[in-house]
Design a protein around this ligand. Structure first.
Ligand code: SAM
Ligand code: SF4
Length: 524
């Protein structure tokens, strides 16, 4: 006979008591906890007995003072979720956080939006292209939902924060909009959407940073991110981030260390700390305070961790103290991502970046003194309002002098509400495209030359897993270069000495040397 399933939300500590009460009441129903950490339980009962179960639960509520709420979700019990992530590493981290929260609530991940009961698009809005990509995906998933009206569809991330309720008009299939600072409230929001059947917008920016949730990632992840802070106070003239991610706020070192320990216990060997400007990380007061160098020291001491990285550093706040850590902390990888944005002082001034090209180049020198193998990567944009050809030549000159390992380069894109969007002398699209092509040509030549120079060198490589094609394994050097190599899979998660055979534009080809020297700091 078919059974009926009812779902209730209870406090975790009351689950056993409720289970005992229901199961011992004439065998009224079988209770299942949807997830050990979940506050949701499922009661399976015979058709016709639903009301008796509800009355029993109401009696428990009244007589024992135990709060119980029935969850009449339109999301079915075999709840599959799908998250599409666009944009930066911060969004990747936020999607993992969302995924962990959803798993705690009894959801399971599925591999396509067509199979999901809950679809969330985690979006970016840093450039116009990102908006277009997100809108086009939202249109496609709205189409899927037309054929499956029971599906719950949400939009998260920076574009969601920027557009808010306006999105419901343009995309009537959308059920909720949630900003990056509200992700911790996803549970309540889903209740409202699925139980009360309301459209919901959660876009407050004054929330504290995300608190830890268990990083119960589906698979062992050799490399993982931890967000150490949210928001940004810098208001660079072109950038929308401070408007959509709010003011800068740091997480406590205890919270970060606990998250790191969980990841390490689950097999993670390399952690990348994330923040828009990690150099301004700060927690606490007086003797009990902890700045970014102090946080790095603490993490460097974690047993079982092999490598530590961070991104992004702001040139105006990169201190000598932090630069010194590269030579001192054994797990800190010799790589820095240090965006310079433009090579001309006049443009840097109008961008409100707070440093000069001379200061930037002095930092590069200090970094290479502290760690000669240092990989230096950067972000740059072309066609900022008022950027002349001469200014652009100065960007090319800086790229040539610094000799970056690689470069993310963008065409300036107007973002509504930013200072730069009101500036005059906008550079035409064609000219921006021309400058970008010249810049990328120059950088490609430099990257290829630097990668070729590594041929015949022996480098320690952390083996992360299979490469994209699945034909070989892949790993990274300390300086963050991708190495493809044939290597037994038991070395995934170990640092292996590798001889570099060929240097290409986007990767290196390596051959593992003596495995006896490999390091695998097993979990503690
Ligand atoms: N916080 C980081 C920093 O200050 O370097 C970067 C954050 S931003 C999400 C990543 C990169 O996007 C920036 O370094 C910048 O090069 C680029 N970017 C930001 N706003 C842009 C805009 N309006 N047009 C083009 N590129 C932009
Ligand atoms: Fe944007 Fe500047 Fe903040 Fe980076 S530092 S997120 S570029 S405002």
């Amino acid at each position: 006979m078919e059974s009926v399933r009812l779902t209730f939300r209870v406090n975790r500590k009351d689950i056993s008591y409720l289970r005992y009460t229901i199961e011992s009441y004439d065998g009224m129903g079988i209770v299942k906890t949807l997830d050990p950490k979940s506050a949701l339980i499922e009661v399976k009962t015979a058709p016709g007995c639903e009301e008796t179960v509800r009355q029993l639960i109401t009696a428990v509520q009244r007589e024992d003072g135990i709060p119980v709420e029935e969850f009449r979700s339109r999301i079915p019990l075999s709840r599959g979720f799908y998250i599409a992530t666009m944009g930066c590493q911060m969004n990747e981290y936020d999607s993992e956080y969302l995924g962990s929260k959803l798993r705690e609530m009894g959801f399971t991940p599925v591999d396509a939006p067509e199979k999901a009961d809950l679809v969330i698009l985690n979006t970016c809005t840093v450039r116009e292209k990102a908006d277009q990509k997100a809108f086009s995906l939202l249109g496609r998933v709205s189409g899927i939902k037309l054929g499956r009206p029971e599906m719950v569809l949400g939009m998260a991330g920076c574009l969601a924060q920027r557009e808010g309720e306006r999105l419901f008009k343009r995309f009537p299939q959308l059920d909720f909009v949630i900003g990056p600072r509200e992700l911790g409230n996803i549970g309540t929001l889903l209740d409202d959407v699925s139980y009360h059947r309301q459209k919901r917008t959660a876009t407050r920016l004054d929330h504290p940073p995300l608190t830890s949730c268990s990083r119960n990632l589906p698979n062992e992840k050799i490399t993982a991110y931890i967000s150490i802070m949210q928001g940004c106070n810098n208001f660079c003239a072109y950038c929308i981030v401070p408007y959509v991610r709010g003011r800068e706020i740091s997480r406590s070192p205890e919270d970060i260390l606990e998250e790191a320990r969980q990841l390490i216990a689950n097999g993670t060997k390399e952690i990348t700390l994330l923040g828009q400007n990690v150099n301004s990380y700060f927690w606490g007061e007086g003797d009990n305070s902890c700045d970014f160098s102090c946080l790095l020291n603490e993490l460097n001491g974690l047993k079982g961790l092999l490598r530590l990285r961070f991104t992004t550093s702001h040139p105006k706040d990169l201190s000598d103290d932090l630069i010194r850590r590269f030579g001192e902390l054994d797990k800190l990888c010799p790589h820095i991502h240090l965006p310079f944005q433009a090579g001309a002082n006049e443009v840097l001034r109008r961008m409100k970046r707070g440093y000069t090209r001379e200061h930037y180049m002095s930092l590069v020198e200090k970094l290479r003194d502290a760690a000669p193998e240092m990989g230096i990567t950067s972000d740059v944009m072309v066609g900022f309002p008022g950027e002349s050809r001469k200014h652009f030549e100065e960007t090319l000159d800086l790229v040539d002098r610094v000799q970056f390992d690689s470069l993310f380069s963008f065409k300036y894109s107007d973002r509504e509400g930013t200072l730069a969007s009101h500036m005059e002398n906008k550079v035409g699209e064609e000219e921006k495209a021309r400058r970008l092509a010249v810049l990328q040509d120059l950088q490609n030549t430099i990257t290829l030359k630097k990668n070729r120079r590594l041929e015949k060198r022996e480098l320690p490589v952390l083996i992360e897993g299979h490469n994209k094609k699945g034909t070989q394994l892949m790993g990274r050097t300390g300086s963050n270069k991708i190495v493809n190599l044939a290597c037994p899979i038991r070395y995934i998660g170990s640092i292996v000495n590798v001889s570099i055979q060929r240097g290409y534009l986007h990767s290196l080809l390596g051959k593992p040397l003596d495995f006896s020297a490999s390091i695998n700091n097993s979990r503690e």
